[in-house]
Design a protein around this ligand. Sequence first.
Ligand code: BDR
Ligand code: CA
Length: 304
Amino acid sequence: MKKRPIIIDTDPGIDDAAALCIALRHPELDVKLLSTVAANVTVDKTTANALKLTQFLDVDVPVARGCAAPLLKTLEPSSHIHGESGMDGYEFPPLTRKPLERHSVEVMRKMIMESPEKVTLVPIATHTNIAILLRMYPEVMENIEEIVTMGGGVAGGNTTSAAEFNIYNDPHAAAIVFSSGVPVTMLGLNVTGRALLHMDGALKIRESGPVGEMLYGLFRFYRGGTLEAGLKIHDACAICYLVHPEFFTAEKRFIEVATEGPAAGATVMRSNLIKADDREPKTNVCMDIDSEKFEEWFVGELCK
Ligand code: BDR
Ligand code: CA
């Protein structure tokens, strides 16, 4: 089977961990690199967490450390949701792996330029690394298939009433990415907030083996909802979209990222009632998700 080459930019993060456990072992995906960034916790911690996961899964995918801070803002981490380590809830074995020596922006440039096939970028964290990549090395755009991102939303935020965490933490970077002209698919809170894992599924995952036990430990800690009402597994939506776009409905709309003021980080969508909505570039905005199919897929992938 032909695999799709992807680079995941991530800040593990408990929902990141779940997304990575699927992506790193998925037969249709060729994960070339995990690029890390500061967001849920510091970049030292997100890098260590990415390495803990590749080591735990015993997969040979390189990890490159990226930016330690947003472009202009001060980092506001999310340890109240993911814990002090960023992946609290499971005691991982001591780390024996190391990240690549070069900065992830440099590694991404080289990988994209040398790839015989166009590469898809999958940011499931703030967009700092991707924005710097596009600004420093615009020639990479030619060889990027698309950017499939978890971030934003079309009906409010989870960090302020206007802004979702990944965009709120580096709105200037997100503005660069959304206006770059590279095709962007946005999986925002309006869909990821309905990508839920409930107790039944979590128990099946726990019983499936060591990876399931590890993830169950993280899920018990994760403050992104409750297993009774449903845990929001935001980042796994981006991976799900890559392999099952038919679980989602999407519309091509103009998105503008608010970069300053009280609504900074909001992804503002032009109304489709405006006739002359000829503003470009259009983003492929996911509007709806089949929550049942998502949960079935998510549990199934982790129980394989
Ligand atoms: C996003 O914020 C982070 O805390 C999660 O990992 C996810 O990427 C959800 O708003
Ligand atoms: Ca994340």
